[in-house]
Design a protein around this ligand. Structure first.
Ligand code: PLP
Length: 391
């Protein structure tokens, strides 16, 4: 038996601890998927998701955590005739290129350093030079960097070109103002396991009419497959069959999350995320540490990335935070691994006081490891000032 104990606080960038309401939802009786009560539940949850996502048509719910939705979007929308433009400002954006590559004729890329954001003007230029680009893909919040791309501006530009716009909004949707129609996304991929406060297990996809047309005319779009979008197109209707068994318990948990979100109100939820991140950033810099994002304008409201001080490893810092203070935070990934650590502000952890918890553990651990006195008190004071100013 392992002697490891669970952390007291999980302040990661996902999976995050669930809202208590979600845990209660998950504990509802698991019904047969063709029980009329479950069929109605599925349709009801789909309709509630229209409200949350501000769409007329219900999103598709795929039965696997959001990488399923992301890969299925590439497989379904991209054909072997297509030139595709992938926008890379971080590890997820880069990773999406591997899937696009598998299905397209030619993959083009715009790449910026992983602490910066894509410049919309560069997208405009690329589309003007290559009018044959059929699909543009971007990650909104590239979580391993904690940075946000200007999807609204990019969406305007892509819409004018007629290309299909695929957006990974997995770790931003539900925590900030990003909605499929507002940003002119054709395939908007998200999931309930980040800012909606559910466990990992489902993908949510909003698909535009233009994207459906592209999928339906794509000879290689999967059907009768776990990667198929079209299989699920009408599954939200209580009268239509499911292509496969849906994750009954996850759907119940999702309904609880959506009810909670609608009750609290989107604006309030977003403000809570933004305030927590602002307080966290103020504390990080006030105690003498540095933010990873090149500028605060592109720092995410749902995660704060902190550059590792010279000589401090990811393993040592996060290990000490967990052992000494019981606080679990996230590491970097791929290119950002061992360069930064990440504090999540997602769903139930998007509470300003959790920023203080993270800051004290971070400051305490980094002071112990370096022998330098990082000013934890100044960090906490700065964060408290941000919180006080907002009330
Ligand atoms: C969490 C996340 C996903 C889901 O993928 P996992 O790596 O399996 O967690 C996809 N995209 C982004 C931007 C995410 O933050």
């Amino acid at each position: 038996m392992s002697k490891l104990r669970q952390p007291t606080f999980t302040l990661t960038t996902g999976p995050v601890n669930c809202y208590p309401e979600v845990l209660q939802g998950l504990a509802r009786p698991v019904l047969y998927d063709y029980d009329p009560v479950f069929q109605e539940t599925y349709e009801r949850v789909s309709r509630k998701l229209c409200k949350v996502m501000a769409t007329d048509e219900p999103p598709l719910i795929l039965q696997g955590e959001p990488v399923l939705g992301l890969e299925a979007a590439a497989a379904s929308a991209v054909s072997g005739e297509d030139t595709v433009l992938n926008l890379v400002s971080g590890v997820y954006g880069e990773g999406y290129g591997f899937w696009l590559q598998r299905y397209c004729k030619e993959l083009m890329e715009i790449r910026v350093p992983f602490n910066e954001a894509i410049d919309p003007a560069s997208v405009e230029k690329a589309l003007a030079e290559r009018p044959d680009i059929k699909v543009v893909a971007v990650c909104h919040h590239d979580t391993p960097s904690g940075t946000i791309n200007p999807v609204r501006e990019i969406g305007e530009i892509v819409a004018k070109s007629g290309a299909i716009f695929i957006v990974d909004a997995v770790s931003s949707f539900g925590g900030m103002d990003v909605l499929p129609n507002d940003i002119k996304a054709d395939i908007f991929v998200t999931g309930p396991n980040k800012c909606l406060g559910c466990p990992p297990g489902l993908s949510l996809l909003s698909v535009s009419d233009a994207a459906w047309k592209k999928i339906e005319t794509n000879p290689t779009a999967p059907s009768a497959s776990i990667l198929s979008l079209s299989d699920w197109k009408t599954a939200h209707k209580a009268t239509d069959p499911f292509p496969f068994t849906p994750s009954v318990a996850e759907i119940n948990g999702l309904e609880a999350a959506v009810d909670r979100y609608l009750e609290e109100g989107a604006q309030t939820v977003w403000a809570r995320h933004a305030l927590t991140a602002r307080a966290c950033r103020a504390g990080v810099t006030a105690m003498g540490l540095s933010l990873w994002a090149a500028s605060e304008d592109i720092a995410s409201p749902t995660a704060t990335s902190v550059t590792l001080p010279q000589g401090v490893s990811d393993a040592a810092l996060r290990g000490k935070m967990r052992e000494t203070f019981g606080v679990m935070i996230s590491s970097g990934r791929g290119e950002t691994h061992d360069k930064l650590v990440r504090i999540g502000h997602m769903g139930p952890t998007a509470e300003p006081l959790y920023a203080i918890v993270a800051l004290t553990a971070l400051g305490g651990a980094v002071s112990e490891l370096t022998g330098k006195a990082y000013d934890v008190g100044a960090g906490v004071t700065a964060a408290m000032e941000v919180i006080a100013a907002a009330s």
